[in-house]
Design a protein around this ligand. Structure first.
Ligand code: SAH
Length: 393
């Protein structure tokens, strides 16, 4: 077993059980990609067992802080069983659910989503890449599911010098899946959709939109960055008379239209706009079009803190425009999935947007990812999805 020694003082984050060690904290030692190493402090004491990533700035990702624990097939079986068992205790109103959420489940770099009888996994770091076959077997044993599709085509793999890989890892067949979420059905394709095919993290926020639209009697709903129309279906379910889905992806919008039909809604209640959201918001403003509820769920404007300033301006701009398009009494559901924007900063940005818009609004709710995407006390980076609901006075 190879040993990696940290610089003096750099043991602090592992002692706080944060699973990452950056390149600059390493004093000595080297290993192969994904190899398990013993990490020790400058004074020689044991800190963690970790996976080594020779080319990433995140040089080490901790598997375990317990010196007695062995990192072997049984370890992965245990961690995956724990992650799957935890989900059975959570209130998840869907057969589409995240089973493994990386660091938060003690498996850094591994994402596994379950869509009905199909699993879809992303191996995003050298450690989980090395243990792929063991992990695939453990997933099959823990879920009884024979179909596991791999979507290791996320950009972050480049930082690990890992090539993009997609395809069936176990089982085969149709990559199209239907899930039953809350009171509606949605479809996705694990081979083609964003991430593993779908945005499971917004599940409970879609429910809240449906309930809110019903409660407030919202008639016209604008769903910006709609992707395949999850929020649009929720709004229709809540009784909205007219829902507009805006996205720049034609295939995503085609699926949104298919979802309207699949759920038995009159297609006349749903409009799709294959357009840039920024431009659409401006056009609505100048044409006098107004809405009773607006959803803003943009892609990651700031993947890291380094992009925060530019991203903040972009968030402020779309939120300002959206607030101006709301009827008095209307609601804005606004989100940021940027790791580089903290919940506090997002709150400030949206408040600033309200001031600039000259709109008086109250913060009606604070939202986060659904509980199968857990946030943990040791890993603040896990709190990536933030949402606010504003009620215009
Ligand atoms: N709300 C969705 C997820 C949104 S993902 C859900 O719950 O499923 C972000 C979406 O924004 C993607 O579908 C992407 O195609 C779209 N997008 C990115 N930039 C855009 C732009 N400038 N204008 C319109 N859509 C955009």
């Amino acid at each position: 077993m190879k040993t990696i020694k940290l610089r003096d003082g750099k043991e602090r984050s592992l002692l706080r059980r944060h699973p990452w060690v950056f390149e600059g904290s390493v004093a000595s030692g080297k290993a192969d990609p994904g190899e398990t190493v013993r990490v020790q402090a400058a004074d020689g004491r044991f800190l963690a067992w970790a996976a080594y990533s020779p080319s990433s700035q995140i040089r080490l990702r901790a598997w375990s802080f317990d010196e007695a624990e062995r990192i072997d097939a049984a370890f992965f079986k245990r961690r995956i069983e724990q992650a799957v068992a935890m989900r059975t205790r959570l209130p998840i109103a869907s057969d589409g659910r995240r089973l493994v959420h990386g660091e938060a489940d003690g498996l850094p770099g591994l994402i596994v989503d379950r869509y009905a009888d199909t699993l879809c996994a992303q191996f995003l770091a050298s450690g989980v890449e090395r243990w792929k076959a063991v992990i695939a077997d453990a997933l099959r044993d823990a879920t009884g599911t024979q179909r596991l599709f791999e979507r290791s085509d996320a950009g972050v793999r480049e930082l690990e010098r890992l090539p993009p890989v997609t395809g069936w890892l176990r089982g085969d067949g149709d990559t199209g899946v239907t899930i039953h979420e809350h009171d509606w059905r949605l479809t996705l394709d694990v081979a083609e959709g964003h991430k593993t095919g779908f945005y499971l993290d917004q599940r409970d926020n879609r429910r809240l939109l449906a309930d809110t639209v019903r409660h407030f009697g919202c008639r016209r709903v604008l769903n910006c960055y709609s992707y395949t129309g999850g929020f649009s279906i929720a709004a229709l379910h809540g009784g909205a008379a007219q829902v507009t889905s805006v996205d720049s992806s034609a295939p995503a919008l085609a699926r949104a239209s298919a979802h309207v039909a699949l759920n038995g809604f009159d297609p006349a209640r749903h409009e799709v706009l294959d357009a840039d959201v920024n431009q659409t918001l401006r056009e609505c403003l100048s044409s006098g079009r107004r809405f009773d509820a607006i959803v803003l769920d943009p892609p990651k404007f700031a993947p890291t803190g380094a992009h925060a300033e530019r991203a903040a301006r972009a968030y402020k701009d779309i939120n300002r425009l959206a607030l101006m398009l709301l009827e008095p009494g209307g609601l804005l559901f606004t989100f940021s999935c940027s790791g580089g924007i903290s919940p506090d900063l997002f709150h400030k940005i949206v408040a600033g947007a309200g001031l600039d818009a000259g709109v008086d609004a109250l913060f009606y709710a604070r939202l986060a990812a659904a509980p199968d995407h857990p946030m943990t006390v040791t890993f603040p980076e896990g709190e990536y999805l933030k949402g606010l609901v504003l009620l215009r006075r």
